[in-house]
Design a binder for this molecule. Structure first.
Ligand SMILES: C[C@@]1(CC(=O)O)c2cc3[nH]c(cc4nc(cc5[nH]c(cc(n2)[C@H]1CCC(=O)O)[C@@](C)(CC(=O)O)[C@@H]5CCC(=O)O)C(CC(=O)O)=C4CCC(=O)O)c(CCC(=O)O)c3CC(=O)O
Ligand SMILES: NC(=O)C1=CN([C@@H]2O[C@H](COP(=O)(O)OP(=O)(O)OC[C@H]3O[C@@H](n4cnc5c(N)ncnc54)[C@H](O)[C@@H]3O)[C@@H](O)[C@H]2O)C=CC1
Length: 182
């Protein structure tokens, strides 16, 4: 598998996880792959930095109602809050902030807080701890959209850097790959 090559160049996608070392597969069995419909559902994102910005962008595109809990917001999220696109609770996370959420994403730079968010979530809430895949009900995947097609890339939470590289190659290769398929 190590010579898998999406774009036809000589470069290979080197990765320990890609070689499927038995001890690397801490998240077996594989996750159940779905496209989750979240239109109109409440999503609570705890943390307002770079990683939160990426998650919020996808949640808004999917039509979720987004609440961000954080004492500070990155520039782009601050603009979304000013526009009324997201609800911003300008404060540190506290128990109770997850009430009414269908989806919960913990992405502060304080792993104790992220852990507390996971511990506070109700059984019916889908929770993602961006700093600890072992505590997540789901993983955020890389996305390449092409017309009505959505291509997603996941490594079962094992190797996000590899996922990012593969996404880029997929995006570069898709126009040629699909030229006579549509
Ligand atoms: C488990 C998961 C949690 C989750 O569900 O979010 C997770 C976890 C972690 N990521 C880390 C690092 C980075 N992740 C990225 C990028 C992406 N990460 C994404 C998903 C996921 N990342 C989930 C698993 C997905 C899978 O593998 O199947 C993507 C695909 C989707 C998205 O985030 O929306 C998005 C690319 C999207 C795009 O390009 O479009 C970058 C690059 C960057 O930020 O620019 C870096 C910087 C490092 C680098 O580049 O090497 C660290 C180490 C943190 C540390 O130690 O500091 C952890 C924690 C850990 O692994 O323990
Ligand atoms: N899944 C992924 O794609 C990645 C995940 N990570 C994880 O995400 C974490 C955050 O990364 P960045 O967004 O780059 O950090 P950042 O420093 O840009 O943002 C951290 C945010 O957390 C907020 N925050 C801090 N304490 C808080 C509290 N008690 N309550 C609410 N909000 C609080 C801050 O105000 C800030 O908005 C990293 O520590 C790492 O664990 C890092 C890289 C990629």
């Amino acid at each position: 598998m190590s010579d898998m090559n999406v774009n036809g160049s000589d470069e290979t996608l080197e990765s320990e996880a890609f070689e499927a070392e038995p001890e690397a597969d801490a998240f077996a069995p594989s996750p159940y792959p779905v496209d989750l419909r979240v239109k109109g559902e409440r999503a609570v994102v705890v943390g307002g930095g770079r990683v939160a910005t990426r998650k919020v962008t996808h949640l808004l595109a999917a039509g979720a109602k987004v609440t961000v809990v954080a004492p500070e917001l990155d520039e782009r999220l601050a603009a979304e809050a000013d526009d009324g696109a997201i609800d911003w609770r300008c404060k540190p996370y506290a128990t109770g902030d997850l009430d009414g959420a269908r989806i919960v994403i913990a992405c502060t730079d304080d792993q104790d807080v992220n852990h507390r968010v996971v511990a506070d979530a109700e059984p019916g809430q889908l929770v993602n701890n961006t700093g600890d895949p072992s505590e997540s009900d789901f993983f955020n995947v890389a996305v390449v959209e092409h017309g009505n097609l959505i291509f997603t890339v996941s490594s079962k939470g094992i190797d996000p850097a590899l996922v990012r590289r593969v996404k880029q190659r997929l995006a570069d290769a898709l126009p040629d790959l699909l030229a006579d398929a549509q």
